[in-house]
Write a protein that binds this ligand. Structure first.
Ligand SMILES: Nc1ncnc2c1ncn2[C@@H]1O[C@H](COP(=O)(O)OP(=O)(O)O)[C@@H](O)[C@H]1O
Ligand SMILES: [Mg+2]
Length: 397
């Protein structure tokens, strides 16, 4: 068998990339890993990598444009460069509402200022003055959070206690698109690392502790119920956004996890912040996941995932009458599909489904969520059988 290849694109981080590359190569699983080297890309060029892990294309536009073409050539890029380009925190807030995940009330605001050339008449669709009082009432008054819709690294995150502070902060934000957000007076705060939409590690996190010591090992920090809720929501968010490498932060108040920050497609994996315990976990989890992807081979991305999860045209039909919708009688028994192509199904779950005779999309669609749950049996984390069935219906069309 020829060796499959995983490439890594990195910024200045020094600990995770070499540790990951070494872990993959050490396993000798028919897959090798290395740093990607680029000097210019021809249009429609076929990338030599089966999988590329992208840690920095948000800061290096040439990498992003290369990765989109690599994806077109069948390389599995982590994270999906198309979605990453489209994503923002305000869309995430709206998506949470649709998915039934608790999220602080949030308002997107017109920017404070604009790039040169944008003049008064370019802004005729904007209502002035901004109805600040209305917005503050909507988010539950003060204190409130003001932060960017395209944010990260704690930049420009303000906690404001009155209108004067709000306006002072807003006046500093320039061309940034900001959001005003309900402040959650949390009792507990966690950050979950989610890999491949299946593996998850929940860690106590304190954003106010001095950097880099913000992660704390406390295996009993959350109650069992809190832990269950947090993991279920973290997985749901990742499956909806289609991210395979992400961190999801939750503020817990009165036992309810509020999703605070969940669009981190190049999460901090530094050993000094994660601590060796969690660092080792993420090196291994990423190696497990990407090796299995590389061995699976190349496919081009076809769609975004969240459509299935918000009750669009497909989901309800799929749940109620999948078999009738598309019988596909012609399919021969034993004709297997790769079930791991379905969001949320990895090699372990695929095997359990195959054990009960569900080996292709048509059978999965016909089985319905209850039978799927039964087939999967006990899991550490809840599964989204409805979404699997809905996706199977789509894929068997
Ligand atoms: N709505 C909120 N309620 C309470 N605290 C918040 C809220 N939003 C952000 N924070 C605090 O600010 C920190 C940084 O905000 P976050 O949204 O995570 O931005 P970034 O993407 O820059 O990390 C969070 O870790 C949390 O401690
Ligand atoms: Mg954050």
């Amino acid at each position: 068998m020829s060796t499959r290849k995983i490439g890594v694109i990195v910024g200045r981080e020094w600990s995770w990339p070499p540790a990951f590359i070494e872990e993959v190569n050490r396993r000798d699983a028919g897959v090798s890993a290395e740093f990607v080297k680029l000097g210019g890309t021809h249009m429609a060029e076929v990338s030599s990598y089966d999988v590329i892990i992208d840690r920095i294309s948000h800061e290096i536009p040439y990498y992003r444009t290369y990765l989109k073409t690599a994806a077109l050539s069948g390389t599995r890029v982590i994270n999906n460069p198309f979605w990453w380009s489209a994503d923002d925190k305000f869309f995430g807030a709206s998506l949470c509402v649709k998915l039934g995940i608790a999220h602080p009330k949030t308002v997107a605001l017109p920017s404070h200022s604009y790039v040169e050339g944008v003049v008064e008449e370019s802004l005729r669709n904007l209502r002035y003055p901004i109805p600040w009082k209305e917005h503050v009432e909507y988010v539950g008054s003060f204190p409130a959070i003001l932060k960017p819709a395209w944010g990260g690294g704690f930049k420009q995150v303000y906690k404001v206690n009155n209108f004067e502070e709000l306006w002072r902060a807003y006046n500093e934000t320039g061309t940034e698109c900001m959001m005003l957000q309900e402040y959650i007076a949390w009792e507990k705060y966690v950050r979950c690392i989610v890999i491949g939409q299946e593996q998850i590690m929940t860690i106590k996190f304190d954003a106010n502790a001095p950097w880099p010591n913000r992660y704390f090992r406390d295996d009993h920090y959350l109650t069992e119920e809190e832990s269950r809720l947090v993991m279920a929501d973290a997985l749901k968010i990742n499956r909806a956004l289609g991210y395979d490498m992400n961190t999801v932060e939750f503020a817990l108040k009165d036992g309810v996890p509020y999703a605070i920050d969940f669009t981190n497609p190049a999460p901090d994996f530094d050993v000094n912040s994660l601590t060796p315990h969690y660092f080792d976990w993420v090196v291994k989890a990423m190696a497990d996941f990407t090796i299995s992807l590389a061995l699976k081979g190349r496919t081009t991305p076809t769609e975004y995932a969240w459509g299935h999860l918000i009750g669009g045209a497909v989901a309800p039909v799929a749940a109620e009458q999948p078999a009738a919708a598309k019988p596909k009688a012609a399919l021969k028994p034993g004709t297997g599909d790769d079930l791991t192509l379905i969001n949320g199904i990895g090699p372990v779950y695929a095997r359990r489904l195959e054990d009960v005779g569900i080996t292709n999309f048509v059978q999965l669609a016909a089985a319905g969520p209850d039978r799927v749950r039964e087939a999967i049996g006990a899991t550490r984390l809840p599964i989204d059988a409805e979404a699997w069935v809905a996706e199977a219906v789509e894929r068997s069309k």
